[in-house]
Structure formats: structure tokens, C-alpha cells
Design a protein around this ligand. Structure first.
Ligand code: ARG
Length: 583
């Protein structure tokens, strides 16, 4: 509603269409300013649409721009409209409009971000660790990105299913159950509850590889599990429960919205696998390949041109990972009625997912408006630029990484603000440490790898969580120092000074960024926006005295302070990051 870019688009698009004789994109963007030093004011926004049209219309772009400006109704929004350079249209928003729009978003708890017009049912498939296996940094990214997606889409009013596609099924459970019986249920429960998952798994694996009798027992156990043998089921459930309990402690520490009700593991789809295969068969999509039943989705071939299969049923009769994913799609679209399926899974699984999506489309389980998107992400690298490993060479445990971040944050916070009392400090250290880890993840283009660098992520300068959290806390302290409540009667606002205008324009950009990120789930765009906002605020605060200003101006500037703090808090909140009032 207050998105200026969109408002300008609505005004300019018809004018462009008129001049071009067909639809033409005005391509509007914020102008790049070199500063407020005055002189070369290039407007707040810029439309470059005339340049793209020039060759198509065989006309001088400046003339096109001039005609567009003549056609468009802009004087109720803009103070000045100028054609410049080769044919840019420079638009300067009227101060009165800036004031009015900021007043509007200030009155709104949602800061002008309207809920979605057409709420959808969305499934976010994320986190998805594996039972009796340690959750490692690979799962961290999925959990952090997935959590941000959930928060954003829920805030926009979508019905979101959080699907924690736990790896809780498959042949390894035979050996794990046998191992559980060997060590005794109590001891096993203990090992699993302290998060010693890998040790448990490795011990079982070692026996399986070295002991034929144990291996045979394990194989029989798998059959018993699959046929629903009651006591086997109970032991399996115990393994799953213990792991889930442990994963919940990690989620709590990480401050994500996943609850124990969100575990919808692979085992959930057991009863649905047979019908999926039967339906694929009926549709003529199933083909035998060396004894396995496969689907060959359109458009996927090996390098030699041979079609590539996904194995739905293995030659031994077992169902695999792909069968489960097909059943999950069918369940999500047909039973849950979801139209948007998001898979927050690392890029190495891209091909698997794309093939499954294509097979589901061919089977008619993923037809518009329903669609699936792979929200892929790269790896976390250590300082040496290689995959993150601990000293022992094994993947770093997620909890160790979080502990380290919080411990370092505590030291940084203690140094910054020694006066903070003990309990507040602990709370702030947690918010800063966890926030830093999440922000480091969410502020880089997720498809790329990034370097885990504690010093950088915990720095109070730069594009980091502590920088943004500190900017927020500092604004809160302005109010504390002045002994005033944030003014919610925003009637008092007037935007005139260049630094006030710059801040107002920045604040008004929030809804546009949110809308864009809801589409792309590229959270680094929100991070970049928040960082830009905090920097713009800093300039404003340097140039425009707030508490020392005379009463009217002071009240107006306090409104801008409050709006900035609220935007930072909501924006960070969408990323799953807390914004403490003091640091
Ligand atoms: N459990 C898997 C892993 O750890 C991730 C599952 C991703 N989700 C899915 N629907 N396949 O790699």
C-alpha cells in the first residue's frame, strides 16, 4: 500500500503503453545517491524504460521520455519530474507525500505490509535430520532458512505446514535396533539423550560389518519392522523418540519455530508407498530396469543421452528415498491441499528433487496452481575454505558451533557494556550469538557457499546481526534516555531535511522487499535492506539532532526513530533473530 516503487509503476506503466503503443516496462528503481551534499540531486527514483524502447520505436529516447512524462499523472506524488541524460526520468517524491505515507505505516502495526491477497497452503520441508545421526552444519542451513521462510509466510497470512521430513526409516534401523537390544534400552536411551548419536550409529555399523550373526539378526529385524511386528515397532519408536527429544533441544537453543508436532518423518508415508506405485503403474509411468521399478521423468538424460531413472521400488522389493518423496508430494497436494511446496535442501540434492517434481507432474500430482520449488543452498566452509570439519576431521556438531558462538558473543557483550546485569547479559549473549550465526547464513546469497568466521559474524561493524541489533538497541536507548514513550500519535511527523527524506524513503521500501522475498525466498535481500536502513539511520542521527531539537521537530524525529526501530525488530524477527532493547 505504501510501496512507492509500485505506486510510480502504476502511474508510469499506462503512460509508457500509450507512447509505445503496447505494454512496456517503466523499469523503476531507487536512484543511487552519492550523498546529500546537495548540488546534483538526481531524484529519489528513476525510470529507465525509455532507453529500452528507443530502438524498438526507432525514436530518440529523450523524446520518448518527454512524451511519457506528458502523459503520466504524477503531480500528486512528485515534487519534480525531469528527463535527464540519454532519456532517464528522474522522480523526486513530494515531502508531503513522504510524510503522509510514513504516517500511514507508522499507524500500522504491520508497517504497511498487507497480508497476502490470496493466502495459500504452503508446505515447507526443512531441517530433516536423520534419526540416530548427529545433526550437523548441513542441517543448520536448512533449519535456519526454513524457519525464516515459515516466519515470513505465516506473517503474510499463508497457512504453513512445517514438514520436518525426518530420516526415520530404512534398512539401517535393523542394525540399530539390534544394537539397542545389545546395550540395553536404558543405556541406549542415555547415549541418545546426551546427543551421542553418531557413536551409537557407528557402533551398530561396526558390528554389522564385522559380525555375521549380528548382520543376519539385523536383516531379520528389518523384515520384522516392515511387516509391523509389534515389539520391533516399539523399539524403533524408542530410537525415534530419543532422537526427536534431542533434536528438540537443538531447536530450542536455535530459537526456531519447529515443534515436536512438526516431525513428519519418512515413516509417515509407509502406507502410502504401495498406492503410489500402483498409481504410477496404472498411469503407464513405471518401467522395469534391472529388476527395479523406475520412472523415467521427461527431460533427464545421462551424458550419453540415455534416459535417467528414479528408482521407486528396488529389486529386493524395498521402497527408496524417491518413492517416499513422491508419496509426500501426493500427500501434500491432494490431502493437505497445498499449492506451494518448498524444499529447503542442499544443492547436491537438486537433481533428485527436480526429477521427483517432474515425475509428480507427469503423474498429475503437481499441477498448477500447485508447484514445487527447491530452495537450495551451498555449504558452510571453514577458514581454510574447505568443508567445515572439527579438528578430529569429522563434521562439526551443530551444538558445538552454537555454543562457541554464544560464548564468544558473551565476551563481546561483556566488553561492550560491562554495566549490563548478569541475567540481561546472558539473554543478550544468546540473542547475539544465535542471531550472528543465523544472520551470517541468511545474509549471503543462499546458493553460494560461505565461510564460517566467528570474528566477522560477531563484529559490531558491517553487515552482521550485532550491528543491526545494536542499531535497534541504540534507538531504544534514545527513548530511555529521554524518558519518553515512542510517540504513536504519528500525526506529528514532517519529513523535510535530506537525511529525514532518505530515512523515510528507506522505511517505505520495507513492504516491497518483503513482497519480493516472499516470492524468491532470497533472504539476503531482506538482510541487505535492513543493513541499508540501519546505515541510513546512522547518517540521519548524525545530521539531525533528535533530543536537542525544538519540540515539534523533536517529536517528529522521534517518530522516525521509532519507525526505524520497529522496522528493524520486525525485519530481524522475520529472519528469526531477536532484537533486544538493550545491549
Ligand atoms: N534427511 C535428508 C538428509 O539429511 C534430507 C531430507 C530432505 N527432504 C526431502 N523431502 N527429501 O539429507
Amino acid at each position: 500500500m505504501a510501496d512507492l516503487e509500485e505506486m510510480l509503476h502504476e502511474r508510469l506503466a499506462p503512460a509508457f503503453a500509450e507512447v509505445a503503443g503496447e505494454a512496456a516496462d517503466p523499469t523503476i528503481r531507487r536512484s543511487q545517491h552519492t550523498g546529500f551534499a546537495g548540488g546534483d540531486q538526481r531524484g529519489d527514483f528513476q525510470s529507465d524504460g525509455a532507453l529500452a524502447l528507443a530502438s524498438r520505436l526507432g525514436r530518440n529516447p529523450r523524446d520518448i521520455a518527454t512524451d511519457v512524462v506528458d502523459q503520466a499523472t504524477l503531480d500528486d506524488l512528485c515534487a519534480t519530474v525531469e528527463v535527464s541524460g540519454p532519456g532517464f526520468i528522474n522522480l523526486t517524491i513530494d515531502d508531503v507525500v513522504l510524510t503522509r505515507l510514513c504516517t500511514e505505516i507508522g499507524r500500522d502495526e504491520r508497517l504497511g505490509v498487507a497480508p497476502a491477497d490470496n493466502p495459500e497452503t504452503v508446505v515447507v520441508d526443512y531441517s530433516a535430520p536423520n534419526v540416530a545421526k548427529e545433526m550437523h552444519v548441513g542441517h543448520l542451513r536448512s533449519t535456519v532458512i526454513g524457519d525464516a521462510a515459515v516466519r515470513l509466510l505465516e506473517w503474510l497470512g499463508h497457512r504453513v505446514h512445517r514438514a520436518n521430513h525426518l530420516g526415520d526409516w530404512g534398512t539401517p534401523f535393523g542394525m540399530m535396533i539390534e544394537h539397542l537390544l545389545d546395550v540395553g534400552e536404558t543405556e541406549a536411551a542415555y547415549e541418545l539423550s546426551i546427543g551421542d548419536l553418531d557413536a551409537f550409529y557407528k557402533a551398530a555399523r561396526a558390528k554389522f560389518n564385522g559380525d555375521d550373526i549380528f548382520a543376519e539378526r539385523s536383516r531379520r529385524r528389518v523384515v520384522a519392522l516392515q511387516s509391523g511386528d509389534e515389539s520391533t515397532r516399539r523399539l524403533w519408536r524408542q530410537l525415534v523418540d530419543e532422537s526427536e527429544k534431542y533434536f528438540m533441544t537443538v531447536y530450542d537453543r536455535l530459537d526456531v519455530r519447529l515443534s515436536d508436532k512438526d516431525f513428519v518423518g519418512e515413516s509417515f508415508y509407509n502406507d502410502r508407498l504401495q498406492p503410489v506405485v500402483a498409481e504410477l503403474d496404472r498411469l503407464g509411468l513405471l518401467r522395469d530396469s534391472e529388476g527395479a521399478q523406475c520412472v523415467f521423468p521427461d527431460g533427464f538424460t545421462h551424458r550419453d543421452g540415455e534416459p535417467m531413472p528414479i528408482i521407486v521400488r528396488k529389486s529386493d522389493g524395498g521402497f527408496g528415498y524417491s518413492a517416499t518423496d513422491l508419496a509426500a508430494i501426493r500427500h501434500r497436494t491432494q490431502e493437505l491441499g497445498a499449492t506451494r511446496l518448498l524444499y529447503v535442501v542442499g544443492t547436491p540434492q537438486r537433481q533428485h528433487l527436480e526429477m521427483v517434481f517432474q515425475a509428480a507432474r507427469q503423474a498429475g500430482w503437481l499441477t498448477p496452481p500447485a508447484r514445487a520449488e527447491h530452495i537450495g543452498f551451498g555449504s558452510i566452509l571453514g577458514r581454510d575454505g574447505k568443508m567445515l570439519r572439527s579438528r578430529a576431521g569429522v563434521p562439526v556438531k551443530l551444538v558445538d558451533l552454537l555454543d562457541e558462538a554464544v560464548a564468544r558473543a558473551a565476551a563481546v557483550v561483556a566488553e561492550k557494556n560491562p554495566e549490563l546485569d548478569e541475567t540481561v547479559r546472558t539473554r543478550v549473549a544468546h540473542a547475539v550469538g544465535i542471531g550472528a550465526v543465523k544472520y551470517a547464513d541468511l545474509s549471503t546469497d543462499r546458493t553460494r557457499d560461505y565461510l564460517l568466521d566467528y570474528d566477522r559474524m560477531l563484529s559490531f561493524d558491517g553487515n552482521t546481526a550485532p550491528y543491526l541489533q545494536y542499531a535497534h538497541a541504540r534507538i531504544c536507548s534514545i527513548f530511555r534516555r529521554a524518558g519518553v514513550e515512542p510517540p504513536r500519535d504519528v500525526q506529528t511527523l514532517t519529513v523535510t531535511e535530506p537525511a529525514e527524506r532518505a530515512l523515510a524513503l528507506e522505511l517505505l521500501g520495507f513492504s516491497g522487499v518483503v513482497a519480493e522475498v516472499a516470492r524468491s525466498l532470497e533472504f539476503h535481500r531482506l538482510a541487505t535492506y535492513l543493513h541499508g536502513l540501519a546505515s541510513t539511520f546512522t547518517t540521519f542521527y548524525v545530521r539531525c539532532p533528535v533530543l536537542q531539537a525544538e519540540v515539534e521537530v523533536r517529536r517528529s524525529r522521534l517518530v522516525l526513530c521509532d519507525l526505524t526501530a520497529r522496522t528493524l525488530a520486525i525485519g530481524l524477527g522475520l529472519l528469526g533473530i531477536q532484537a533486544p532493547d538493550q545491549m
